[in-house]
Design a protein around this ligand. Structure first.
Ligand SMILES: C[S@@+](CC[C@H](N)C(=O)[O-])C[C@H]1O[C@@H](n2cnc3c(N)ncnc32)[C@H](O)[C@@H]1O
Length: 280
């Protein structure tokens, strides 16, 4: 069955409408998540201004006093680079990747606007959920950070590949920080309604379309249960997985409350076997 979603072409970037004019009910793959994000205006990419759990994770993983040699950090889905710069300022040697060349351009500009930086962050366009893992990025990294990405990267197979790529790009014993949107029906009735209305379109429970104020679809978002997020992280070979659910304001709609899941994990030292670049 084909459903037509209300799209105002005159408000959409060139070519944008074709991605959601006709969405096959029952398939989130009716949209192309990568194309959604490539078309997304860099200035509007959702982010958080305050990241206390990430900050605590970074301090716990590599204490500030041990950062003289600048531990290497990969920022997966770096957006406009503001988070990468904050992590640079905390003493890390940061590489940011994003599927959007607009985002990477904005991130490079943000870094350039800061003037001369010691070990300036590097940014590259790369699909972090690709079947062929991006390489030549400076791996193996000491730390991988994936903030607000796993929920919007596409379908279940994309999420799996994203986590496996994070594992493959980390050095043995390396640390992962990943944040995800959590199932929020109990704290926000709007989400309960969205889950119910959009499941037939997206083909997946707790996956709905994030829309702009005019109701136009922007991209698909998946809300994880804790068990589900743990499962995806464990399937990629990580150990020592800890997940903390936190009630916060939505990153794109600050007046809306939502659960965010903050997960940390470690790549075990024995996790060094590679097959065609993908950790096994
Ligand atoms: C919600 S934003 C978060 C940006 C940034 N992590 C932050 O917290 O400020 C999600 C970002 O992930 C990027 N992204 C989506 N799919 C991706 C993929 N397959 N590979 C790399 N980046 C991706 C988007 O372009 C966007 O910049």
């Amino acid at each position: 069955m084909t459903r037509t979603i209300d799209v105002a072409e005159d408000h959409a970037p060139a070519g944008f409408g074709r991605y959601f004019e006709h969405v096959e009910a029952g398939a989130v793959s009716g949209r192309d998540a990568r194309q959604d994000w490539r078309q997304f205006a860099a200035a509007a990419i959702p982010s958080k201004t305050s990241t206390p759990r990430l900050d605590a994770f970074l301090d716990g993983s590599v204490p500030a006093g041990d950062r003289g040699g600048r531990p290497t950090l990969l920022d997966v889905g770096c957006g406009d680079g503001r988070l990468a710069l904050r992590m640079h300022d905390r003493g890390f040697d940061v590489t940011g990747i994003d599927v959007s060349d607009r985002a990477v351009e904005a991130a490079r500009q943000l870094a350039a606007d800061r003037g001369h930086l010691d070990h300036p962050p590097r940014f590259a366009v790369a699909d972090a959920a690709a079947g062929d893992i991006p390489c030549g990025l400076g791996e193996p990294f000491d730390v991988v950070v994936c903030q607000l990405v796993v929920s919007i990267v596409g379908g279940p197979a994309d999420r799996d590949r994203l986590l496996r790529n994070c594992a493959a790009l980390l050095g043995a014993g390396g640390r992962l920080f990943i944040s995800a949107s959590g199932v929020s029906a109990e704290v926000n009735a709007d989400y309960a309604r969205l889950y119910a209305e959009d499941a037939a379109l997206t083909g997946e429970a707790f996956t709905y379309f994030s829309r702009d104020d005019a109701g136009r679809v922007l991209y698909a978002t998946h809300h994880f249960s804790e068990a589900e997020l743990r499962g995806v992280i464990a399937a990629a070979g990580f150990v020592d997985i800890a997940i903390e659910p936190v009630l916060e304001a939505s990153s794109r709609r600050p007046d809306e409350r939502a659960i965010f899941l903050y997960a940390t994990a470690t790549k075990p030292s024995a996790h060094a076997t590679h097959h065609r670049g993908i950790a096994t």
